[in-house]
Ligand binder design. Structure first.
Ligand code: ATP
Ligand code: MG
Length: 561
């Protein structure tokens, strides 16, 4: 499936590099293109990761290559098996598959340790004992090189200390292992970076086996090289780390070719945040109901909200891949969803703010059914049966006691309106409670307008309204969402993103009335509630007999492509 969807992955600068590399004489001439997606299992995937997944898996597919899924779990601090499972579920849902190429970076800890020992033996790494404060002090600046009094520690001594670090003899922070590169480098990542640190902490995969853990910059090139990755695609913040990536790959004796790191711009979207740390904070502080809260930019949140894999892939594809960082409008993501759902979602009727409409000239006790089209864009989806009787629910805003200019819906002696797929009606009166609230609308129908068109062909001046038969309607709760943040850039400058939360991001409507057929709705179904937007069942809270729907996106598209 994914192949078909990515058949059109447009040529981008990454492909230009790869074309060079696999051409005759190129460094990977004759080799299969091999990429990887390396999430750290410390949170759920978000829409930014979907872009990386699209780039990593999509590029491999384009070249008939393969893509590994690797849990980049070298830092035990916040990692958890819960996230490992969720990450796999989300990638599968997006339509990508890694086959049997699933790996844990932590499975290479032994090899990484050996490569670190190799670097010490070659005089390319040393055990340092600067305290964090000293580390800062000795860091130097653009004009001043860094310093470490431990740089010339004898190799034997470093080997001994490193072995004892592993053996657990020292507390956290007492020693580090540093690569011996260039203390005067203009690139601070090359100023003898720390490549191992002590951390007495249980790891989700290796348990208590290790109390020293490799740093990302040391681990990643080794992981890539061990797996035979040809192109290590990552985001721009790693550009400054590429010299170190190459340095490690060149200086450890992994018996494979050297992988090539290529960086592309991260995806940013306005009105949301995309850092896992911030998303985690929203969850932990109860600002949202969980990682899958439908307002979250996580894949599971978007799925629960009603997004489809096709919409997310289209969004990733159409944003393109470049070196230029940019923030995409949330409206564009919604636009991509609307395009998919307009084509594919089944149309149904639901009344979100109901008021009773009584058809006074329709016999009490009588009822009938209409066949209403499921999707005008897909005639092959046929029709469904919808019941009709004397009492209906209609939308409160479709009635006004006194019309305002240009109002074409129901008001006493107002224009004739169509009830979608049923009859033409005309409002003849209404009732209110003691506070003046409208409790009931009275209307008369034209029995010769079955299906919605009057027999005499007269023009209907009023609107076409959605409705639900009160005799068979189901009650439902409907959740309407707005942006989680009211500020388009909650991350920018020194704003506290929590101050930017939108207090009105969730509106819960109860007592909504929906077509009886929705009792059979499945969580994977997507619906267009006529005139209201696109909806799906809430996968967590909806129960048979107590339906809960989420609005995925409204109908109106203000986004200009
Ligand atoms: P975060 O900053 O959200 O915590 P991360 O980069 O630490 O993200 P990882 O799990 O390490 O998260 O990411 C796995 C891969 O996804 C990396 O290759 C990373 O570059 C990529 N990625 C993460 N966020 C984005 C984004 N917003 N756009 C594109 N790619 C991303
Ligand atoms: Mg990361």
């Amino acid at each position: 499936m994914a192949e078909e969807l990515n058949a059109g992955m447009a040529q981008n600068f990454i492909h230009d590099f790869i074309d060079e590399d696999i051409a005759p004489g190129g460094q990977y001439a004759g080799k299969q293109v091999h990429t990887r997606f390396p999430p750290e299992p410390n949170g759920y995937l978000h829409i930014g990761h979907a872009k990386a997944i699209f780039v990593d898996f999509g590029t491999a597919e384009k070249y008939g290559g393969v893509c590994n899924l690797r849990m980049d779990d070298t830092n035990p601090t916040k990692e958890d098996e819960e996230f490992v499972d969720a990450i796999q579920e989300d990638i599968h849902w997006l339509g990508y598959d890694w086959g049997d190429r699933f790996f844990y970076a932590s499975d290479y800890f032994e090899q990484m340790y050996e490569y670190a020992v190799e670097l010490i033996r070659k005089g390319l790494a040393y055990v340092c004992e600067l305290t964090p404060e000293e580390f800062k002090e000795y860091r130097g600046d653009v004009n001043t090189p860094a310093r470490s009094p431990w740089r010339d520690r004898p190799i034997e001594e470093s080997l001994d200390l490193f072995a004892r670090m592993r053996a657990g003899e020292f507390p956290n922070g007492k020693y580090t292992l540093r690569a011996k590169i260039d203390l005067a480098s203009g690139n601070f990542n090359m100023r003898d970076p720390v490549i191992y640190r002590i951390n007495h902490m249980r790891h989700h995969n290796t348990g208590d086996k290790w109390c020293i853990y490799p740093m990302y910059d040391f681990a990643h090139p080794i992981e890539d090289a061990l797996e035979g990755i040809t192109h290590s695609l990552c985001t721009l913040e790693f550009e400054d780390h590429r010299p170190l990536y190459d340095w490690v790959a060149e200086n450890v004796s992994i018996p494979y070719h050297k992988p090539r790191q290529i960086e592309f711009a991260r995806l940013g979207i306005n009105y949301t945040v995309m850092s896992k740390r911030k998303l985690r904070q929203l969850v932990e502080e109860g600002r949202v109901s969980g990682w899958d809260d439908p307002r979250m930019p996580t894949i599971c949140g978007l799925r629960r909200r009603g997004y489809t894999p096709a919409a997310i892939r289209a969004f990733s594809e159409r944003n393109g891949v470049s070196k230029a960082a940019s923030t995409v409008e949330f409206g564009f993501l919604e636009h991509c969803l609307r395009e998919d759902l307009n084509e594919n979602a089944r149309r149904v009727m639901a009344v979100l703010r109901p008021v009773k409409l009584v058809i006074t000239n329709y016999p009490a006790g009588q009822s009938e059914t209409f066949q209403i089209e499921n999707n005008p864009n897909r005639p092959e989806e046929g029709t469904r049966e919808v019941s009709f009787s004397r009492e209906l629910w209609v939308e409160a805003e479709d009635f006004l006691p006194e019309p305002v200019p240009k109002y074409k819906r129901l008001y006493p002696d107002g224009p004739e309106c169509r009830l979608k797929g049923a009859y033409v009606i005309k409002c003849v009166g209404y009732e209110t409670d003691e506070n003046g609230n409208v409790t009931e609308i009275a209307a008369e129908y034209d029995p010769d307008s079955k299906g919605g068109d009057p027999a005499d062909g007269r023009k209907i001046k009023g609107a076409t309204l959605h409705w639900v038969d009160a005799a068979t309607a189901l009650d439902a709760e409907v959740r309407l969402y707005d942006n989680l943040f009211s500020d388009p850039e909650p991350d920018a400058g020194d704003k506290d993103f929590l101050d930017c939360l939108n207090p009105n991001s969730l509106e819960v409507l109860t007592g909504c009335k929906v077509e009886a057929g929705l009792a059979q709705a499945a969580v994977t179904d997507r619906f267009q509630f006529m005139r209201q937007g696109y909806f799906c069942l809430d996968s967590r809270d909806s129960k048979p007999g107590a339906l809960v729907f989420n609005r995925a996106v409204s109908l109106k598209d203000s986004f200009k492509v």
